[in-house]
Design a protein around this ligand. Structure first.
Ligand code: C2E
Ligand code: CA
Ligand code: CA
Length: 492
């Protein structure tokens, strides 16, 4: 995966326009086809919502014009002969419903329809009694376009009143439509249930109609997605190429933050924290580029530069005369890479600083891919005298399993937990548990991010006497650290 990513990245750098053109074509075609494939669902949704609105409008319309269905039916049943004779028709027509006409479908089955010159709307309701049978058919108004283009009888709306258990009726040619599941069902007041049945053929015809439009919409959305990806890639790529340039120009420099032994107020050592001296003008903090560098393998080169500079600078201080531990941050991926670690060890051996004074901090915020490999490298480092500490303990993946598996003997307690001292934060108990665990396992513990006297004292009272934080000193550039170190040597 990583190889594919870096291959893609180098392609992008070599030929950005060409590669992005291929990406654009791929995304646009992919989105256009995906949208086209959605056409059956969209056709269904579209028709269903159209029928929903039309059905409710229709029922509202009929309710206001005709009134209660029960009353209507009762009235009809009492007053007509169910023979679709002239007198029946006249009765119905002249009663109140002069906007409707009645048509004889079969014996004892009649059809009423509203004739508003525009669209036909029919609702079908069957009433069967000892005296005969009445059928009233309503049909949702389907737009003229759909109707004329496709079919006349492809939608059937049926209405039933559950109490009367009257089901519907279909005209002969509706049977096919009725055999499928209703497309939508609505329950209206008066417990009237309305179901719309649709001929599947109609859906596939509408779906066909939608395809060209969906293809275009999908393509346009694909284009939009491409623009977003393009902007993001350009930003990332520029960060990528800037870091590469920074590596090439060795713009990464170490800052040093003292770690204090609070028991005797002597410096125990320091943590090396990278800064980017961008264009030799601007100082960039690690948060801006470390996450990216860590996820792209560029961190390896940054660490190399940092290590080289640290060794040179601290050698100039005669560091070997102190017993100060120099802590350098690594990510798990680096530790799993034996070749890279060998190179680092060679650099250390070649310098005037004893490997015994070097430690690596491995953050547990990132996971290891191969713990066995890492354990083997740690054994190798230990054999050289280099210690490995667990950084940010308690914040990430598997403190306890890492400590066990990698046989670590030092841990750094993250600022997140130190911050809880003197508060009611429930994580204070996590801090206490980490400390208890550390003590029980006989581990060396360093607390980081100590900002106040209260925090420092709490930690000391709980046995954590190695401390690092603004309370003692911020990370210092070499010139300042030089003075700090000399002062520390004088004081002790
Ligand atoms: P970290 O390893 O947890 O380092 C401690 C961070 O806390 C440093 O931030 C330090 O400046 C800051 N800090 C120390 N004491 C205090 C304090 O009392 N109060 C506050 N507010 N902050 C304090 P920095 O230097 O910005 O580094 C941030 C992170 O970047 C580091 O967190 C580490 O994860 C990463 N990093 C720095 N240098 C390197 C490096 O060379 N390699 C790798 N892989 N990561 C690095
Ligand atoms: Ca660290
Ligand atoms: Ca930390």
């Amino acid at each position: 995966m990583y190889k594919i990513k870096s291959w893609f990245k180098s392609r992008l750098i070599a030929d950005y326009a060409g590669t992005m053109m291929v990406v654009a074509i791929f995304i646009i075609i992919f989105m256009a086809i995906s949208f086209t494939l959605l056409s059956p669902y969209i056709a269904r949704e579209q028709l269903s919502s159209k029928l929903d609105t039309m059905s409710s409008e229709l029922v509202d319309n009929y309710s206001t014009n005709i009134g209660e269905y029960h009353e209507l039916i009762t009235d009809v049943v009492n007053n007509i002969n169910f023979d679709c004779s002239k007198s029946d028709r006249k009765y119905i027509k002249t009663k109140t419903y002069n906007k409707y006409y009645i048509k004889n479908l079969q014996d004892n089955i009649s059809l009423w329809a509203i004739d508003n010159n525009k669209e036909q709307s029919i609702l079908s309701l069957v009433w069967e009694d000892t005296k005969g049978k009445v059928s009233i058919d309503f049909e949702p108004i389907i737009s003229k376009v759909t109707r004329n283009k496709h079919c006349d009888d492809c939608i059937l709306t049926v209405v039933s009143i559950p109490n009367n258990n009257k089901t519907l009726h279909s005209q002969d040619d509706d049977e096919n439509v009725l055999s499928k599941q209703a497309l939508n069902i609505e329950v209206f007041k008066n417990s009237l249930i309305l179901k719309n049945y649709v001929d599947p053929q109609l859906l596939s015809l509408i779906s066909m109609d939608l395809k060209p439009l969906l293809f275009i919409i999908g393509g346009l959305i694909g284009l939009l997605v491409f623009f977003v990806i393009n902007t993001y890639t350009k930003h990332q790529l520029s960060l990528h190429s800037l870091i590469i340039k920074g590596i090439w120009r060795k713009e990464f420099i170490p800052y040093y933050q003292p770690i204090i032994n609070v028991k005797n107020n002597k410096m125990y050592g320091c943590e090396v924290l990278v800064r980017w001296w961008f264009n030799k003008k601007e100082l960039i903090s690690p948060d801006e580029f470390i996450p990216y560098a860590e996820s792209n393998g560029l961190i390896i080169h940054i660490t190399d530069i940092l290590l080289e500079k640290t060794l040179a600078q601290l050698s100039s201080l005669d560091w070997n005369k102190s017993s100060g531990i120099i802590s350098i941050n690594l990510v798990p991926e680096q530790l799993e890479n034996k070749l890279h670690m060998r190179k680092a060890v060679d650099l250390i051996i070649k310098s005037s600083i004893s490997p015994k004074l070097i430690a690596f901090e491995i953050t547990e915020r990132m996971s290891f891919t191969d713990l066995d490999k890492a354990a083997a490298v740690i054994d190798y480092l230990k054999a050289q005298g280099i210690n490995v500490k667990l950084d940010d303990a308690g914040t990430g993946y598997g403190s306890f399993s890492y400590i066990q598996h990698l046989k670590l003997q030092s841990l750094k307690i993250d600022k997140m937990f130190v911050d809880t001292i003197g508060t009611f934060d429930h994580r204070l108990s996590v801090l206490d548990s980490i400390i208890a665990f550390g003590k029980k396992s006989g581990m060396e513990m360093i607390a980081e991010g100590v900002e106040t006297k209260e925090q420092s004292e709490y930690l000391l009272n709980n046995g954590v006497y190695l401390q690092q934080g603004y309370y003692f000193s911020e990370p210092l550039k070499f010139e300042q650290f030089h003075d700090y170190y000399k002062q520390d040597q004088v004081n002790n």
